[in-house]
Design a protein around this ligand. Structure first.
Ligand SMILES: Nc1ncnc2c1ncn2[C@@H]1O[C@H](COP(=O)(O)OP(=O)(O)OP(=O)(O)O)[C@@H](O)[C@H]1O
Length: 497
């Protein structure tokens, strides 16, 4: 394949009240993995949507090689060899793998679908992607997220995409799936394609990217054609426009009496009895690989699922929560990992989404409301967490993914709760805002609340928690004190023996 070349020339995209991209220009060469970085709301997804013909530009031009192009729709973008692999995958769950791979170009013979050729072509591409174990007739809904992503990549390859863009592709993958994806990305690069790669994970940039472009507030800040001489701190300060010395900013604090005691908890996803205690003022981490049972354990504790054995005592009282509502009434709330699907009212405003307290969330939305107080509360959090929105009344659906996350996290943190269980609290959230979220968690701990953080981010758990419980394969393997919680130690415990 000849080397592709993408040039973005003075692209501006406007939404009511927001200039999402402001005269952005840079180039990406074939044969390189080009990272796109920037805070939440900086304009990264908007750029991908310009490339895929979803977002209209108000000015500017794209060039692929010598050809000037502005796409009118997704089909046209595909025809020119541009494929975007979004986080929310676009496959049809009830169709087979083969049908999904070849949708839009299904092989036909004598006017009928040629099933044999369909299967053969699907098998070839699956082999090429190292997914030969997947049967072409499997329904896509039966595949893991990582496998589904591979099918999306297969689709791009079958259309001979010259430009492939990934939008935070590793955020929901297991360690093994991430490794596999990285191999495939390198292959796409070596074939001379332009690979654009949106990520908030700094280590991925240094491990697998060849160039990086930084955006801030819809503007192009800088393109580094090589990563030589570049380091973490330079990138952070370009992204956030200020120095952030220590993202985690850990603060030790006094701990109070025992807040929660688990004794021999077992149930769905938790294979061996789990026992531990947590104190008021403590930030306790639960670390493990995807599927280790961390969220499952807390679902048993918080009444989302029924435990088959064991006891929970909370604030000195034995408890058996029959529902999440009962747990919330007692003072434990679990902020779910999949906040988007579990927590958002897309047509409602930022303010409404932030002020539907999780107590009322389960009841009727309404009752007695105090609009001034709500607006003040929203404005406080917009400031504290730097939520990028035209205002409190903007529909939350208009915010960037990371900014939606911040609103939902703020909703939970604003609650009168004694123990906050935060499942992957900073997934998809940029470095500047992460620091603000950690600082809010420490403030709550200072007030004597308990914070339990479920995280797959090693650097995060080892840096913000006082103690870390490591889970593996449905079992609590060990609890490590902060002083001993090196990333190597934690990972060593979490990986299969
Ligand atoms: N359909 C829309 N209507 C109104 N505003 C929008 C729309 N889509 C995006 N925006 C705004 O454009 C800006 C850029 O958003 P974009 O999604 O490109 O950010 P991002 O860099 O991808 O952020 P994140 O890291 O949070 O995913 C944000 O201020 C966002 O609120």
């Amino acid at each position: 394949m000849a080397q592709a070349h993408l040039r973005i020339d003075g692209i501006t995209v406007e939404f009511p009240g927001v200039r999402a991209l402001d005269g952005v220009s840079f180039s990406a060469r074939g044969g390189e993995v080009h990272a796109l970085m920037g805070e939440n709301g900086a304009g990264k997804s908007t750029l991908l949507k310009v490339l895929s013909g979803v977002n209209r530009v108000s000015s500017g031009q794209l060039w692929i090689g010598d050809e000037p192009i502005v796409f009118a729709n997704a089909r046209e973008a595909l025809r020119h060899g541009v494929s975007i692999i979004y986080q929310e995958l676009t496959l049809s769950p009830n169709l087979s793998v083969a049908e999904n791979l070849l949708l839009g170009q299904l092989p036909v013979r004598h006017g009928f679908l040629d099933r044999r050729r369909l299967r053969e072509r699907a098998m070839t591409i699956l082999e090429e992607l190292g997914e030969g174990d997947i049967h072409p007739s499997t329904k896509v809904r039966e595949l893991s997220i990582g496998q589904q992503q591979m099918i999306e990549i297969g689709r791009a390859l079958l259309r001979d995409a010259r430009i492939i863009a990934f939008d935070e592709p590793t955020s929901s993958l297991s360690v093994q799936e991430i490794r596999h994806l990285k191999r495939i990305v390198s292959r796409l690069r070596d074939e001379g394609r332009v690979v654009l790669y949106v990520t908030h994970r700094m280590e991925e940039v240094f491990e697998m990217c060849d160039a990086v472009t930084v955006f801030r507030d819809g503007r192009h800040i800088r393109t580094h054609d090589t990563l030589e001489g570049l380091d973490h701190d330079i990138l952070v300060s370009e992204m956030v426009g200020r120095e952030i010395e220590d993202v985690y900013g850990y603060r030790p604090r006094q701990q109070g009496e025992v807040l929660m005691r688990l004794e021999g908890i077992e149930g769905k996803g938790v294979k061996a009895p789990v026992s531990f205690e947590m104190r008021r003022g403590e930030v306790f981490g639960l670390f493990g690989l995807v599927g280790a049972g961390r969220s499952e354990l807390m679902r048993l504790v918080c009444g989302v699922e029924r435990a088959t054995a064991g006891r929970v005592s909370f604030d000195g009282t034995p408890q058996r929560f029959g529902s999440p509502q009962a747990a919330i009434r007692a003072g434990i709330a679990m902020c779910p990992e999949d906040r988007k699907s579990q927590g958002i009212f897309p047509v409602a405003s930022v303010s409404d989404n932030l002020n539907i307290s999780c107590r009322r969330f389960f009841k009727r939305w309404g009752g007695f409301r105090n609009p001034q107080r709500e607006t003040r509360n929203t404005q406080d959090y917009i400031r504290q967490l730097r939520i990028r929105t035209p205002g409190p009344k903007t529909p939350i659906a208009n915010l960037s993914g990371g900014n939606q996350q911040k609103v939902i996290v703020a909703r939970w943190l604003a609650e009168e709760i004694d123990l906050f269980v935060m499942d992957e609290p900073t997934r998809g959230i940029d470095v500047g805002a992460r620091r603000d979220i950690y600082s809010l968690l420490y403030d709550l701990a200072d007030q004597g609340k308990g914070i339990l953080v479920i995280s797959s981010d090693l650097a995060e758990v080892s840096s913000i928690c006082d103690r870390i419980g490591v889970m593996r394969d449905g079992e609590l393997i060990d609890i490590v004190e902060r002083d001993e919680a090196t990333p190597e130690r934690l990972l060593g415990l979490a990986l299969p023996a």
